[in-house]
Design a protein around this ligand. Sequence first.
Ligand code: NAD
Length: 469
Amino acid sequence: MQPDIRTILGSQREEASILGSLDTKERLERVLRIDNYLRNEKNLQGLYEALYNDLRKPEVEVIATEVGIIQSQISYIKKNLHKWDRDHKVSTPLPLLGTRSYIRYEPKGVVLIMSPWNFPLNLSLVPLVYAIAAGNAVVLKPSEMSSHTSAYIRKMITELFRWNEVAVVEGDATVATKLLELPFDHIFFTGSPHVGKVIMSKAAEHLTSLTLELGGKSPAIIDETANIPQIARRLAWAKSINCGQTCVTPDYVIIHDSKKREFIEEFRSSITELYNSSGTGTEKSPDYCRIINHRHFKRLNSLYQDAIEKNAHLLTGGNFEEEELFISPTLLDNISEDMSIMQEEIFGPLLPVITYNDRSEVKDIIHRHPNPLMLYIASRDGKNIKFFMDGNPAGGTIINDYMLGYSNPNLPFGGINNSGMGKSLGFHCFMEFSNKRSVIHRKWGSLGLIYPPYNDRVLWMVKALYRWM
Ligand code: NAD
């Protein structure tokens, strides 16, 4: 039986010093418990059920977008932890002759991880495995909206860890608020920019360090040189996987006017090919997810209605079935900035299409919104690619494809300002959970020559020292 959160924090604090002194092998053993659990077919059955109940997620996507990602991060940790975990020697400037300098990545202590509902397993366990690898004790609060998967995570973690090492606390914003009153040593939050601001102000009370993995409107630019059939198919998939409820989903398209007609045709036929090849309708496809709940369904429906009332044209899709929480992939054009769909992150399968004639217009459109998590560029012209990247800050950029941002652990993943701060994946994520302690170890010599009493010789020495730095 797990005690209340204050008791958990108190016990985890005591345990943290033990966890912090574990060697690489012992930390890895803890990380691998999760890997072994997810390799057991019996355990996977429970997960398939949980994710089906939460999002109607097909089994292929459970592996591709949840379990597989966690396992690939674990194997990356397995290959690299021994390198991250040791002291990192740095060079020594001449005036510090006689000393040795190094950086020691040490655990922050007790960390809080808060996760969203859209990839509820992946976005809980990926930060968790890095937090454990870095030697921390962890309180994990998964989302109340994906309640089946949250219960699965709690059962799994309770089987694998003592609660004074890793504890799962389920609950809604009320529980989150109570957790945020406690002095954690780091908070790793994945969720909306709106709640991110709440987290930041709460963290400020204890000056707790923060990683914020947020969202926002990620634009997809398609220029006049892009391979339209190829890019439309990729975009149709990217906008439909998880029913568009992905932080890196392209939020809106900015396409060169000369390519719009071809793009619409190709997008339509790609949706048919992917989700309606039998002609029975996308709603019958076993491969198409559902909206997480009625609140989000209504939110998306009102974004759509507002756009239509303000003269947006429906190009394809537009089927909303509330009982089923089904929304078809929906393409809209004749978009104006006063539409709500252009003012907030869509986070669903609605895709507004905006056209441009001169590439300078693209920057004006993007600059109306805060810096995005991803900036997508479809182009075969190197100069255009450079033009669209320069002066358009984004957490990441994918050229001629979509979604891949969370797949290479050698690259940092995360946003900028409104789309987040701090980075996930690989060494970057390990660092988020580590204090970078700098160590200078004097072996011989001293700085005694510049001690008082001061005179012209000391002044000359000080000036010379800084010249040699
Ligand atoms: P959310 O911000 O509503 O919730 C995230 C977490 O915060 C949940 O655990 C929730 O219980 C908690 N929470 C909600 N309200 C709170 C409050 N007032 N005080 C304290 N805690 C509170 O986000 P969501 O709806 O679960 O997820 C969607 C958002 O997450 C989108 O904006 C999406 O772009 C973003 N996201 C970002 C990433 C990323 O890696 N950058 C990944 C997935 C989702």
